[in-house]
Design a protein around this ligand. Structure first.
Ligand code: 16G
Length: 251
C-alpha cells in the first residue's frame, strides 16, 4: 500500500486520494466494499481528520465512492463509457452484459413547429411522433430519452407497444429505417425535479444532456433529446494529433 510523502509538493489529501484510487483499481477495495473509517485512515497514514475527509469528499464528488448515512462510505461501480457511435441503447447495454429496459412514459403525435419542420425537412404542421421512455440497465434507471420521428417515416409507430422493445429495431424491421449517419451534442446540466424523480437522483444532480440527430440518406429521421445520469456515465474519446505544429520526424 502507498505511503504519504510529507516532503512531496502534492497536497496530502491528494496523495491519499491516489492511494485509495489504487486500492479501488487493484480491486483490493471491490465495488460496494466499505472503505476504512476516517479514524483508521487517520491512524494508518498519520493524517488529520480534515485531510482524510477532504480526500474522501473528492472521491465522492468524482463518483468513485458513495456515502450511506449512518453506515459508512463505499466503493462505487465504475462509470459506463458513453458510446460515441450510432448504436441503440439496447445494443450498447447488451454489449456490456447488462439487461436493457425501457418504460414508456408518454407517446403522442404532434404537429411539427418551425424548428422541427426545419430539422426533418418537412412542412410545418406535419405529424411528428414523440416517444418518451425511461431507459434502464439491469433494472436501474440510466436515462430519460425523448425521441421525435416524422410520422411519414413510421406511420403507425405508436400502435406498437414501445415499452420493453428496441425502437431502432422496430424502425428497421417494420419501417425499413436504417441509420447511416448521426451527430450528437453533449452538455452538462442539472436534473429538473421530474427527471430527478425518474432517474432516482436528488433534484439538481449533475446530468448529461444529449441531443442526437440520426440520418438516413441525408435526411434526419430521429431527433432525440435525452437526459443521462452523470454519476453513471463518462465520456472517452480518441484524441487526434493536429497536423500543424507537429515536430518534424528525426532524420
Ligand atoms: C440511444 C439513442 C436514442 C435512441 C435509442 C434507441 C440518445 C443519446 N441516444 O440511446 O436516440 O432512441 O438509442 O434505443 O438518446 P433502443 O433501440 O434500445 O430503443
Amino acid at each position: 500500500m502507498g505511503k504519504i510523502d510529507p516532503t512531496s509538493p502534492v497536497p496530502k489529501y491528494f496523495q491519499l486520494r491516489g492511494i485509495l484510487l489504487d486500492l479501488i483499481e487493484d480491486a483490493e477495495l471491490p465495488v460496494d466494499a466499505p472503505i476504512p473509517s476516517e479514524r483508521e485512515l487517520c491512524q494508518r497514514f498519520g493524517l488529520s481528520r480534515m485531510t482524510v475527509r477532504q480526500a474522501v469528499d473528492h472521491l465522492v464528488t468524482e463518483g468513485r465512492l458513495y456515502r450511506v448515512p449512518g453506515k459508512g462510505t463505499f466503493v462505487a461501480r465504475p462509470k459506463i463509457e458513453m458510446p460515441l457511435r450510432l448504436v441503440s441503447f439496447t445494443e450498447d447495454m447488451r454489449a456490456r452484459g447488462l439487461e436493457p429496459g425501457a418504460r414508456d412514459l408518454d407517446h403522442r403525435t404532434t404537429n411539427a413547429n418551425v424548428t422541427l419542420a426545419r430539422v426533418f425537412d418537412i412542412p410545418v404542421g406535419t405529424g411528428v411522433h414523440v416517444i418518451e421512455r425511461l431507459r434502464t440497465a439491469d433494472g436501474e434507471p440510466m436515462a430519460v430519452e425523448r425521441s421525435q420521428i416524422p410520422a411519414t417515416v413510421a406511420p403507425d409507430l405508436l400502435d406498437i407497444p414501445l415499452g420493453d422493445v428496441s425502437l431502432y429495431d422496430v424502425l428497421e424491421k417494420r419501417f425499413g429505417v436504417v441509420f447511416d449517419a448521426g451527430e450528437q451534442t453533449i452538455e452538462a446540466g442539472l436534473a429538473d425535479s421530474a427527471d430527478a424523480r425518474l432517474l432516482d437522483l436528488p433534484r439538481g444532480s449533475a446530468v448529461l444532456l444529449l441531443q442526437r440527430r440520426s440520418f438516413m440518406n441525408g435526411k434526419c429521421v430521429e431527433l432525440a433529446v435525452s437526459t443521462y445520469r452523470a454519476d453513471r456515465y463518462q465520456l472517452r474519446g480518441a484524441l487526434e494529433i493536429p497536423r500543424r505544429g507537429r515536430p518534424a520526424p528525426r532524420q
